[in-house]
Design a protein around this ligand. Structure first.
Ligand SMILES: Nc1ncnc2c1ncn2[C@@H]1O[C@H](COP(=O)(O)OP(=O)(O)O)[C@@H](O)[C@H]1O
Ligand SMILES: [Mg+2]
Length: 201
């Protein structure tokens, strides 16, 4: 589960406040729920909607969302294949630390490449749950929440997923959600899946 870094003389410090103790206090397990899908498929909307439900019930959650991460932690990265790969690797490592803190992490990244998502699966092991937000390009484009499709079609945005950059569908996601249907239904399904996975008490 660990990656070999450039420095060989760093040693993991074991906390006395362990993940297990944190999870006992939180009354649920920590885990990563990785939403993937095209821009406009509904990853952010769903992740925040489910987080709101969990929060109102008193659970410990955090949403890692694409744009927010790119403002800071990954501000040095663009959208080339190599940069997307590094972006997802950093997020995967960060998500793993959150899980160690006993948090229910929901992530909302297009994460178009299968190998990158599989890499996060390796980093997070059994704590990783891939949720595929299935929404056709046509519907995403008609939503065009941020006006990005219009700009991409006009050739103003290079490497735009679904238009000038590929999206590789998950082969065996833990959960598939049809995000062309009603948000409430989608949200309920995701909530139930998370509740069972983290053993909410
Ligand atoms: N079932 C659904 N799940 C999520 N979003 C939906 C759904 N139906 C309609 N929408 C709408 O689709 C848009 C999705 O945008 P957003 O969540 O920003 O997508 P993404 O984060 O995947 O780029 C929002 O305007 C949302 O209200
Ligand atoms: Mg989003």
């Amino acid at each position: 589960m660990t990656e070999q870094g450039k420095s060989s003389n760093v040693v993991w410090h074991h906390a006395t406040v362990t993940r297990k103790r944190r999870e006992q206090m939180n009354k649920h397990r920590g885990a990563v729920f990785w939403f993937t899908g095209l821009s406009g498929a509904g990853k952010s909307t769903l992740a925040h909607d489910v987080e709101e439900k969990l929060y109102q019930l008193g659970h410990r959650t955090y949403v890692l969302d694409g744009d927010n991460v790119r403002h800071g932690l990954c501000a040095d990265l663009a959208f080339s294949d190599q940069d997307r790969k590094e972006n997802i690797r950093r997020i995967g490592q960060m998500a793993r630390l959150y899980v160690e803190a006993g948090i229910i992490v929901l992530t909302a990244f297009i994460s178009p490449f299968r190998s990158d998502r599989d890499n996060v699966r390796k980093i997070c092991g059994h704590d990783f749950h891939e949720i595929y937000c299935i929404c056709s390009l046509e519907v995403c484009e008609s939503r065009d929440v941020k006006g990005l499709y219009k700009r991409a079609r006009a050739g103003e945005i290079p490497d735009f997923t679904g238009i000038s950059s590929p999206y590789e569908e998950p082969e065996a996601p833990e959960l598939e959600i049809d995000t062309e249907s009603h948000l409430d239904e989608c949200s309920k399904r995701v909530f139930e899946y998370i509740a069972a996975s983290v053993e909410l008490r």
